[in-house]
Design a protein around this ligand. Structure first.
Ligand code: ZN
Length: 146
């Protein structure tokens, strides 16, 4: 018989072990003539299986949150000038602040600069958020960093 330290087992493995134990208890209870015992053990098995489903859902949620957290560590912002976010590795590609700060957070690059009347603007192709970066024309040489 091998011994595995409890902290080395995942929660799903622990719950799977409980399901197996509960199934074993159901099989043993079938040998008994006590109907109350059989019903109680069957109810226990159903309850443990419900817990297993819930644990699997929570495990998926934890994985998603860890992935989001890792992604957030790659992103900086908002910048003081325009309020954009950007990947640390792509400082010249602004992300839509509205999409990024929505729940759930989405990653969408702001569109290219466009001339809109007297303004140079960028718009998000996903949510339509637009930001006036400056007055003037696209051809002005004093364009900002991005
Ligand atoms: Zn957006």
């Amino acid at each position: 018989m091998s011994f595995i330290p409890p902290d080395a087992l995942s929660t799903i493995q622990l719950v799977s072990g409980l399901v197996a134990s509960a199934k074993n208890a159901v099989d043993l209870a079938k040998l008994s003539s006590n109907r109350d015992l059989q019903a109680a053990v069957s109810e226990l098995l159903i309850g443990v299986m419900d817990v297993k489903v819930h644990v699997i859902e929570l495990d998926e949620e934890v994985r998603d949150l860890k992935a989001q957290l890792a992604r957030r560590e790659e992103i900086e912002g908002p910048d003081a000038k325009f309020g954009y976010f950007h990947f640390k590795s792509k400082p010249d590609e602004p992300l839509c602040p509205k999409c990024y700060q929505s729940v759930p957070s989405k990653i969408a690059n702001m569109g290219p600069r466009q001339q809109l009347g007297n303004w140079v603007v960028r718009a998000c192709p996903v949510c339509g958020f637009s930001h006036r970066e400056r007055m003037g024309s696209l051809s002005d040489s004093q364009s900002p960093t991005w």
